[in-house]
Design a protein. Structure first.
Length: 115
């Protein structure tokens, strides 16, 4: 099982980015999927999580600006990030709870918010 993240880059404050993460491999199904981030010198923090049924949870710093969604047919989770701020700059990691195999992490994609 591998998770591949896409969509990071450089964006100006107030701008938007959309991250995607695809789960590759032979799997029996995916429970929760999520996005976490880690800024330099800081601990990794939860950004957003979505359950297999579509329930969502957000970290306080991104609530109202970010939206998580998933396409179960494509084994893909998305993170739409709007109104980006410099403090959103971090490496973003996707996470998936795979049935029978447990927790898996993607390699991280860098998001830089700067003018």
């Amino acid at each position: 099982v591998q998770l591949q993240a896409y969509g990071g880059g450089l964006v100006q404050p107030g701008g938007s980015l959309r991250l995607s993460c695809v789960v590759f491999g032979s799997i029996f199904g995916i429970n929760a999927m999520g996005w976490y981030r880690q800024a330099p010198g800081k601990a990794r923090e939860m950004v957003a999580v979505i359950s297999s049924g579509g329930g969502t949870w957000y970290g306080g710093a991104v609530k109202g600006r970010f939206t998580i969604s998933r396409d179960n047919a494509k084994n893909t989770v998305y993170l739409q990030m709007n109104s980006l701020k410099p403090e959103d700059t971090a490496a973003y990691y996707c996470n998936a709870q795979i049935r029978r195999t447990g927790e898996h992490w993607g390699q991280g994609t860098l998001v830089t918010v700067s003018s």
